[in-house]
Structure formats: C-alpha cells, structure tokens
Design a protein around this ligand. Structure first.
Ligand SMILES: Nc1ncnc2c1ncn2[C@@H]1O[C@H](COP(=O)(O)OP(=O)(O)OP(=O)(O)O)[C@@H](O)[C@H]1O
Ligand SMILES: [Zn+2]
Length: 654
C-alpha cells in the first residue's frame, strides 16, 4: 500500500468517501457474482459480468495510483496487487481476484480514511483564525480582512468571538480560552497592559496581557493593539511547522523503507520463478500461476509499509490535541526512549518570576541612587532577572523612566554591561566583577554567602571602579515541578539534571526541594553545551527542556529538545524538536508517555506485519492455502495495524 498520503481521492461523485463506496460496490458485485455462480443456474455470462464490474470498482483508485506512481518511476505494492488480480482472472479464478481487489481497496480506503482523520486533527489548527477583524480607528469600527491588519492597529474583539491577531490588550478584561493554541482546557484571565507605558515587542510582554490569534474571547469585549502581521502570527507559524512535520521520516520508517527496497525485488523474483514451477514438478501452468499469485499476495509488505507512519501520525495528532507540537517521527521516537533529561532552571523548573529580596548599598553609596541605577539599566534588558528587578523597583519606589542608561549589553551567563550617566556600569555575578577587575572585599563576600545560604540569587553592581551594592532575588519552584519529576521517575526517567547559570548553591537548594537527581551551577551557555555532550557520552540519549532563549546551543546539541511556553516565543517554537505551547511543565509526563506508547505500538505493528508474512509465505509456497485466505490474512493484518495505531488518538496518562 502506498506510504505517501498526499494524494487525495476526494474527487468523485460520492464526495470524499468515494473510495470507500467504490470498494463497497466492488464487494457487492463480488457477492452477486458469487451467488449467481452458485445458485443462479444461468449462463456463465451473467456471473462473469458481475465479477468484471467488481474488478472495475475494486481496481479503479488503486490502478490510477499505481500508474501515477509508475510514471514517477516509483514502484508500488499496489502494482503487485493489480498484477495478482490480472493473473487470477487469466486462470479463471475471477471470484478470488475480485475478493483480492475488494479487500485491498477496502484496506486502502480505510487507511486513507484513518490517516486523513489523524491529519485533520493536526491541521485543524489551520482553521483557527477568523477571516476578518473589527478595526477601530477613532470612534469608527470597520470590518477588514485579517491580511490587511498592520502592526499598531487597534482591533475590537466582541465577547465569545475569536481573536483575530496576536497582540496586547489595551482595554478590557476577559477570560480567554487558549485551548486551540496551548491545549490548556481552563480559560486564562487577561488584563490590559498598563497605560502610558511604551509597548515592547510581543515576546517581552507579560503573558497576562498578550493574546493569540485563534483563541476565543470570554465574557467581555476587548481592544487589542496588534503586534504581529497575520502571516507572522503564532498560529500561522504553527501551521507551516505542522506541514513540515510529515516530511520528516522517523528512524524506523527509514529502516522499513530500506528493508522494502531489498525485500520487494526478492518477492518479485521468487514469484516469477514460481510461475515456472510446472517445469520442475508435475502440475499445469495454471496451477503454478495460481501458487505464484497466492505467494505474491502473501508476501507483499502492505502492513509493514503502513505500520510506522500510521503510529507516528496518530501520536503526533494526539499530542497536537493537547497543545504539544512534536516535529516529526524522529522526535517522537527519540523522546520515547529517553531516560535522561536535562532541565534549565529559570522559567523551566522555577516560575521564572523572581521576587526582589535585598538591595544593599556599599561604601556609602546612596541607596536611592543605586535603586535608580538598577531600574534604569535592568528595564532595558529582557533577562527574566532583569525584568523582575525593574518591575519590583518601579512598583516599590514609584520611579519614572529617566532614560539615564544606554548601550545595555547582555554578557551571556554573567550579567549586563551598560553606560549609566556617561560611566560604565556592570550588574551581574562575581565573575562579571572579576572580569572587569573589580575587587570583592571580604565583607561583601560574607554578605553574599549569607544570602546564598537562604537560596537567594545575588547580583553585584560595579560602578565608578568599585562595587557599590548588591541586589538579591528569589525565584520559587513551579508548583507542579516536584509532582512532575516524581511522575517522570515513575515512568522510567532515571536521571534528571538541572543546568543553571545561577550559583551552584542556589541550584542545589532548588534541586533538593523538587527532587532532581543532580544539579550543576555557575554554567556559562558553553558550559551547558559541554554538560549535554558529557551526558550524551554517559547516557546515550539526552532530552533538554528549556525556554530556548539562553540555552539554545545546549538544546540544539541534545538528542531531543523540548521548549516550554513555545506559544510565547518564536525562537523556541521554530527551533525545538518538541514544543509545549503552554508553559505547563506537567505536560512532560504526558508527551513522554505518549512517545513511549507510540514506540510500543510501532513495535507491535512491525511484529504483526512481519509475523503474518512469515507464516503466510511458507504456507502458500507449499500450496496449503488458497488465494482467498491469503487475501484475508494479508489485508486483515493491514487493517489491524492501522486500527492499532489509531488507539494513540485516545492516549491518556494513567
Ligand atoms: N540582566 C541581568 N542582570 C543582572 N544579572 C544578570 C543578568 N543576566 C544575567 N545575570 C547574572 O548572570 C547569571 C547567569 O545568567 P544566565 O542567564 O546564564 O542564567 P540564569 O538566568 O541565572 O539561570 P538559568 O541558567 O537556569 O536560566 C545570573 O544568575 C545572574 O547572576
Ligand atoms: Zn495509498
């Protein structure tokens, strides 16, 4: 059976199920012919006509497909089946030939039906966004096509309608159903972005204020400031990523393809030889041909060809229903065999919204001035620590933006560097200070150690050639983290390692709280890459879970990378092998469990398909069965394999 399901048999006067109806008609005329033959007592002319009609309906789609493929130089199993049916007709076994075509076309139609169903549930994403939006200009509102929306436009979203663009709420509060994008079943409360503040880019805005195209508004009307063009919206990107998914073949799929390349020619040679068995043993040519045809049917690897793609597609479709994009069979199979997971800390295992604990000024530096400096510099950085510091200081101190800082530069894994009131300033860890020849006194060292003791992340501030102060924050583990790790352990994940740029001791404090097996701190992004390399050497396969921002290189090196909160970050969505659209870490056991189930089903399917061939071929060569039975077992196994794969669509964690 064809492995490539881009073709569609929807053209036809019975609509999209024409293929299925044609196969039923083939079955009907087969039964009619058989009845006439057995009980009719009429001229053979009648039942023969009925069989020929059955052949016509049975072969209609398969032959088209086979010819089309043959023209492209692809030799398909469909072709073998048609050859077998023609051979059967030649030796007068019309009934068997018709049965073959009937069941083969039925299997084929069911396979297409099932695959379409899985594909549809993946592609349903595409039907999400509405076609038009209500554009507000001044007091007037006009309906325009979503393609005509521009960045900065304001659109009105009525209660219980779909949101037409990715953007930020500027007026109204509502509870939004984000299930179509993130798979979260509970609506999420959203509020307007604070007034009189400049609107940053989409990924830098707190999720409490942003909305996605294709999600559904709750009870009250909203006004939304558009931040992305329709073609760049999260849902558009999702659709194009989903379209790529099917072109990536899984390892098992490649293996079975390679096997078929060797196996199919062997079958053809064997069958050709069997046609001439009458030269060696005492039988007629027709008897030899009958045996050859039976072997051809028995040996064709239809079930094998469909065993992996059906499971991969169903697995991916099931994940998509829960807001998880698995980018292809390789990612699915890899994830299914993972026993080591490396986690990023900030925003992955922790909330990623640290709260401000201490601001301490040293050497008589003015504290007000320190607060203002911290605010001015950190509000221009988009590191989660920076955002938290800027936000808290602004709230506590009611500071106004004074634009005193410029040239803010992130120093990966260490902190930031900027110009504040025309002088260089450094905010970050001790490494950043020593890199810039700033001496950390013993008194400061003691203060730092006291804060680390209680699990706070400490950052120093270097300005005017000395250390003028420190700021500390505390990030708490996600509520679901401990429970999630426990479940991962129970499904067989042995090693769970935290890789963090934060201080070793802060890392260890959190690791202990939530039950990780190891924790490594003080890592620069390149150290995280090394850590992944070592883990791969030690454990074979490693999954890396992160936000895909400062850990992108490590994620790229991992066997399979999993991004959390991918709906909010284009980079994460594009680059990760598996994208959790929501930032719910508790989805991990679900996807890993699903991947394992998919792998299991692939194995079962291959066992079933090869098993049936292994039994059927010797039995047919020895002439112990007839075409009818060979057809039944052969097509039966194909249908069983497809149905087995479809079970994944109903996968749930237990
Ligand atoms: N904008 C910033 N302001 C102040 N300090 C910073 C800033 N960015 C980084 N740092 C310092 O550099 C350290 C390492 O940062 P990095 O981004 O590598 O990791 P992290 O966010 O602490 O944790 P994780 O690696 O788990 O994401 C931080 O712990 C902090 O001390
Ligand atoms: Zn096909």
């Amino acid at each position: 059976m064809s492995n490539d399901h881009n073709h569609d048999h929807s053209s036809g006067f019975f609509g999209k199920n024409t293929e299925l109806y044609f196969s039923f008609l083939s079955g009907f005329f087969l039964t009619l012919g058989f009845s006439l033959d057995t009980w009719g007592g009429l001229e053979s002319y009648f039942h023969l006509t009925s069989y020929i009609i059955s052949y016509g309906f049975g072969a209609y789609f398969i032959s088209q497909e086979a010819v089309q493929k043959l023209r492209q130089g692809i030799f398909e199993i469909d072709f073998l089946m048609i050859a077998a049916a023609i051979g059967a007709a030649y030796i007068g076994s019309w009934a068997e030939g018709a049965l073959l075509l009937f069941l083969f076309s039925l299997g084929h139609a069911l396979e297409h039906y099932a695959m379409n169903k899985a594909e549809k549930s993946i592609k349903s994403l595409g039907n999400l966004s509405p076609k038009t939006a209500l554009l507000k200009t001044g007091d007037s509102i006009e309906e325009i096509a979503i393609e005509d929306l521009k960045i900065g436009d304001v659109i009105v979203v009525k209660p219980h309608t779909k949101i037409a663009a990715d953007g930020v709420i500027i007026s109204g509060e509502s509870s939004i159903n984000q299930a179509p994008i993130t798979g979260e079943s509970m609506p999420v409360d959203k509020s307007p972005f604070p007034e009189n503040q400049q609107i940053p880019s989409f990924s830098d805005i707190d999720k409490d204020h942003t909305v996605f195209s294709g999600t559904i508004n709750g009870n009250s009307a909203l006004e939304i400031h558009v931040l992305k063009l329709t073609k760049d919206s999260t849902v558009s990107r999702l659709i194009s990523l989903v379209n790529d998914v099917e072109t990536k073949k899984s390892p098992t799929q490649r293996l079975t393809k390679r096997f078929e390349k060797v196996y199919v020619p062997i079958v053809i040679i064997l069958v050709a030889l069997l046609c001439f068995a009458f030269l060696v043993i005492n039988e007629t040519f027709n008897e030899s041909l009958y045996r050859a045809i039976t072997v051809l049917v028995a040996a064709s690897p239809c079930a094998l060809a469909i065993s992996t793609p059906s499971a991969v597609l169903s697995g991916i479709a099931r994940a998509a229903q829960r807001g998880v994009l698995i980018k292809g069979g390789k990612a699915l199979e890899d994830l299914g065999s993972i026993t080591t997971i490396a986690f990023d800390k900030t925003g992955t295992l922790t909330e990623g919204k640290p709260s401000l604990k201490q601001v301490i000024a040293f050497n008589d530096f003015n504290k007000e001035e320190l607060l203002q400096l911290l605010y001015e510099v950190e509000r221009l950085s988009n590191h989660p620590l920076a955002k938290a510091i800027a936000k808290s200081i602004k709230e506590q101190e009611k500071l106004e933006d004074a634009n005193l800082a410029s040239n803010v530069q992130a120093i990966q894994g260490k902190g930031v560097e900027a110009i504040y009131k025309n002088e260089p300033v450094y905010i970050g860890n001790t490494r950043l200070m020593t890199d810039n020849s700033l001496v950390i006194s013993e008194a400061i060292e003691t203060q730092i150690n006291q804060l680390l003791e209680v699990g706070e992340t400490v950052m120093l501030v270097g300005y005017q050639n000395q250390i003028i102060g420190l700021v500390s924050v505390m990030d708490i583990p996600r509520k679901a983290a401990a429970e999630t790790l426990k479940r991962l352990k129970s499904i067989g994940v042995k090693n769970m390692i935290m890789l963090t740029g934060d201080h070793e001791r802060v890392g260890q404090a959190i690791a202990k709280q939530i039950g990780l097996t190891e924790s490594r701190g003080n890592l620069l992004p390149e150290d995280k890459v090394d850590a992944i390399r070592l883990l791969k050497e030690r454990d074979g396969k490693v999954a890396m879970v992160g936000d895909g921002v400062n850990d992108a290189p490590a994620m790229a090196l991992s066997t399979v990378s999993v991004a959390m909160g991918a709906a909010g970050s284009d980079v994460a969505l594009e680059t990760a092998d598996v994208a959790l659209m929501s930032d719910k870490i508790e989805m991990l056991p679900f996807v890993i469990g699903l991947s394992r189930a998919s792998k299991r089903i692939i194995k079962q399917n291959i066992f079933i398909s090869l098993g049936v061939v292994a039994i059927l071929v010797p039995v047919t060569i020895l002439g112990l069965t007839n075409i009818g039975l060979a057809v039944l077992f052969h097509e039966g196994s194909t249908i069983v394999v497809v149905l087995n794969a479809l079970r994944l669509l109903a996968y749930n964690e237990d």
